[in-house]
Design a protein around this ligand. Structure first.
Ligand code: GCB
Length: 865
């Protein structure tokens, strides 16, 4: 018996034979899809051995509205005849493309139902209400996640001339109604053709027109699919292939113009693929009323029938009589990368939309693929190429890209970006932070290119706690990715598949692996002694990966990081993390860091302070920053902006946080410097928050089990006793918390040594923040707040106090440099600057800098012994 396995794109996945227990775990973690239509959606193909397999990431809402592991038959419309349908293959295809999601399927198809019964109040067969039942179940499902799309397979019952004539009108109404009733106006909707084996298929001609008629819809073809012998229903292979096609179409919609900004797979090591840098000066238009996006009835131009009318048209009047009320050519320019606030006085406090435009020349070559890449745009970006929308992305600090193969013109091309930094309650971060909400295209933009089949992702790192084994995977993308191995099959025999070569000449590694049906090849290479990466010896190996026409080079360090009792072990040896917190801001500009020079300046300061470690607060920093840390020998704490009071109970908010965490880990997983993934900062204890953060912790561990997971927690106090007992601590590898003794606690500094910390968890302790403000150059006695002397004394007392924590293994005081913050309003000392920096906005080192430097020198020596 040959078991067929389905595509696997994650680092770990659980495939087990179903015992179908009710899934107890609750939360808001599921990406929900509604499955509706008639028999071929319900599934009529014969079950086989692989029908019994379940995947821990795919659940279904069963007949009694419980969440259970999904297995065929998914549906229950006609228990005697239900079998394999497209649902499970659909979910697997989605997961193959976006690691880390969890899918909840809502089966609601009804065999035999014509489209006319998919209406409110319509009854069908024995008291079924296809439409009302689907809405009711979808609403129940919404308690477990957010609705991401609908797949619809229906038409056999309307497949005649009369039925086809009215079908489109009915389908349009159905889609509109579903979107309205489910409160998601642009909800992706994928329809499918009925099997070509039916005698004639007039209905398919109507279904095929759908994407041209209703926005954010797609149709999957039934070409090449076969029936099970009854000329009506798909056989098992075809039902699954149909599901895979639905999955692909859904992913395209999710990534595309009307997408929710959640799709998208990141290309590893994108800088090695740069074709044209699009950094430089871009024309811009400030648009506080989003005039270039909405018409005067507040309908988005890019969702209109023509898809035109917005500033993304970059329109020029045909003659002097034509009215066009904007003009990019005559508009001023901003530098990219760079925030707008620091470049234009009148934009210092601006929050809203700014349109950017850039014209560039390209000469696309046949057979190559092209990607438009953005390092970061804060916060929501809508991107258009030559007037057509490529898609939308949310999240101000993570990269994203759109494939533009076939969309690029030979010659001049126009990119327009709507960048909107409006703060919103349900986003990540939320409305309230202690940093400047810099807007705009803040990191590099480029056109990247790759061969038709290329290495889209890889991980080459030491296996967890194993200094003698390199482990990871290589993922190919493109037609030749699986080298002919059947779609979805595992390549356990190591034959067939596309050959991938991994070489690390300096380590004597030359290995060939072969891809499976999903284009992925697992890597496991025993190695003898390596030159291990550490801050003292930041050794990086040249690594080359080759597959077919593609080759890519990287520089990768190898080290292990572990927790043992109260120790943090780097390459098996106990280390003390001599750190400092850093924002992605150059205080001298002042604004977001704009390039490698700015980043090097910050890291050199950290080195001067004696650091071997940095906390990149409070969001993902530039990829170049992590690469420099790799090169300069600084261990890194990398974080996502789950900061303070997030909307813990909102499924979309969770999905957003999870996506940002996934993208961070995906991007930086090959950097030895990163030793800790942080899932958030100072989040207030509550049940919903515990569930939210707990799921993020699990997600981080699942995506990368070779690093430590943590979060900056809070303490609470009773008198001189400070308690660290946040229940989230159970899920973290380290105890890390912020404490502001001597500053917000308002005590006299001389009281500090009397404080005692009661810490619930027996693990290494890292203080993620302490500090106080000082205005550089303001000198007074050590009892005067905001003076350099006060800050200096505060550091002395803090260090003395912290030495009392036996498990103390590191710290990242707050913060390397002063930084801009709208929350800091003292007119003399602050003036919109958070003054807790050890270095001022003019680059002047404050007195406390030297206290910490001395401490690091002393503790560095101690740990070197
Ligand atoms: C904190 C926050 C940090 C603030 C800092 C402060 O606890 O994590 O983002 O900037 O305190 O200065 O108050």
């Amino acid at each position: 018996m040959k078991l067929k396995f389905f595509p696997v794109h994650l680092f770990f996945v659980v495939l087990v034979f179903a015992a179908a227990p009710v899934v107890a775990q609750q939360g808001q973690d599921l990406d929900l899809y509604l499955l509706i239509g008639q028999s071929n959606m319900a599934g009529r193909a014969p079950l086989d051995d692989s029908s019994k397999l379940t995947d821990s990431r795919i659940l279904m809402l069963d007949k009694s509205n419980n969440w259970v592991p999904a297995t065929d038959p998914l549906h229950f419309d006609k228990p005697d005849v239900v079998g394999v349908g497209p649902g499970i293959a659909f979910a697997r295809e989605i997961l193959r493309n976006s690691a880390g999601r969890r899918i909840g399927l809502i089966p609601c198809a009804v065999g035999g139902s014509p489209i006319r019964v998919w209406e409110p109040d319509s009854t069908y067969l024995n008291g079924l209400h296809p439409y009302d039942d689907a809405i009711r179940r979808a609403k129940i499902a919404l308690g477990r996640g957010r609705l991401c799309g609908i797949i619809w397979h229906q038409g056999e019952s309307d497949n005649n001339t009369a039925g086809a004539a009215v079908y489109m009108e009915k389908l349009k109404i159905l889609i509109r109604r579903l979107r309205t009733d489910l409160k998601t106006p642009a909800l992706p909707f994928v329809a499918g053709e009925i099997g070509y084996f039916a005698k004639s298929t007039p209905i398919n001609q109507v279904i095929d027109r759908l994407p041209g008629v209703v926005a954010n819809t797609a149709v999957v073809s039934a070409e090449g699919l076969t029936d099970k012998g009854d000329k009506t229903h798909f056989d098992t292979r075809s039902a699954r292939e149909l599901g895979r096609r639905y999955g692909q179409a859904m992913i395209k919609l999710e990534k595309g113009p009307g997408g929710l900004g959640i799709g998208g797979v990141l290309i590893q090591n994108i800088f090695a693929r740069q074709e044209v840098s699009l950094d430089g000066r871009w024309n811009y238009i400030v648009d506080p009323y989003e005039n270039g996006y909405y018409d005067y009835r507040h309908q988005p131009y890019d969702q209109s029938a023509s898809g035109t009318g917005g500033f993304f048209d970059d329109k020029k009047p045909a003659d002097r009589n034509e009215l066009v009320e904007y003009n990019f050519d005559l508009s001023p320019t901003l530098k990219v990368p760079g925030d707008w606030n620091s470049q234009e006085d009148k934009l210092l406090y601006y929050e809203g939309t700014v349109w950017y435009r850039r014209i560039f020349s390209a000469s696309p070559k046949q057979g190559r693929r092209y990607f438009l890449y953005f390092g970061a745009v804060n916060y929501e970006a809508h991107v258009y190429l030559n007037g057509k929308k490529l898609g939308m992305h949310k999240g101000g600090f993570t990269p994203f890209e759109f494939e533009v193969t076939g969309k690029l013109k030979d010659g001049d091309n126009t990119i327009v970006v709507k960048a909107d930094n409006t703060r919103k309650k349900d986003e990540i971060p939320t409305v309230n932070t202690d940093w400047w909400n810099y807007g705009g295209i803040t990191r590099d933009v480029m056109l990247a290119s790759a061969p038709a089949t290329f290495i889209s992702d890889y991980k080459v790192q030491l296996a967890k706690d194993e200094p003698g084994r390199i482990e990871g995977f290589v993922q190919l993308d493109g037609e030749g990715a699986n080298g002919g191995v059947g779609s979805g099959e595992r390549n356990s025999s190591g034959v067939g598949g596309q050959e991938v070569m991994i070489s690390i000449p300096e380590a004597g590694v030359h290995q060939t692996v072969r891809t499976d049906g999903s284009g992925r090849a697992d890597v496991s290479i025993p190695v003898k002694k390596l030159n291990y990466w550490s801050p003292e010896n930041p050794h990086l190996y040249a690594v080359t990966l080759k597959a077919g026409a593609d080759a890519i080079n990287d520089k990768i360090g190898f080290r292990t990081i572990q927790v043992k009792g109260q120790d943090i072990l780097l390459n098996g040896k106990s280390v003390f993390l001599r750190g400092i917190s850093i924002h992605d801001e150059n205080p001298l500009i002042p604004g977001r860091n704009r390039g490698e020079g700015d980043l090097r300046m910050l890291l050199n300061w950290a080195k001067e302070l004696g650091c071997n470690y940095i906390r990149l607060a409070h969001y993902p920093h530039n990829e170049t920053m992590i690469r420099l840390a790799d090169e300069m020998g600084l261990m890194v704490w990398a974080e996502v902006p789950v900061y303070w009071t997030i909307s813990w109970e909102n499924a979309d908010t969770y999905a957003n946080a999870q996506k940002q965490l996934t993208d961070l880990i995906t991007r930086d997983k090959n950097r030895a410097a990163v030793i800790i993934w942080s899932i958030g900062n100072e989040t207030p204890i509550s049940e919903p928050r515990l569930s939210f953060m707990g799921r993020l912790a699990t997600q981080a561990h699942t995506l990368d089990n070779s690093r430590l997971i943590s979060a900056a927690l809070e303490v609470h106090r009773k008198g001189n006793e400070a308690f660290v007992d946040d229940p989230l601590g159970e899920k973290l590898d380290l105890v890390s918390f912020n404490e502001y003794a001597g500053w917000y606690w308002g005590d006299r500094l001389t009281d500090l040594p009397n404080y005692h910390f009661t810490i619930k968890y027996d693990r290494p302790v890292i203080i993620t923040e302490f500090g106080g403000d000082a205005l550089a150059g303001f000198h007074a006695d050590a009892g005067t707040k905001f003076s350099e002397e006060y800050q200096e004394e505060l550091y002395r007392y803090q260090l003395q106090m912290l030495k009392g924590i036996g498990a103390l293994r590191g710290m990242t005081p707050w913060i390397l440099t002063d930084f801009r913050s709208p929350r800091r309003q003292h007119p003399v000392y602050q003036n919109f600057w958070n003054r807790k920096g050890l270095i001022s906005e003019t680059g002047q080192k404050k007195k406390a800098f030297f206290v910490l430097k001395d401490f690091y020198e002393e503790i560095g020596k101690k740990y070197a012994q």
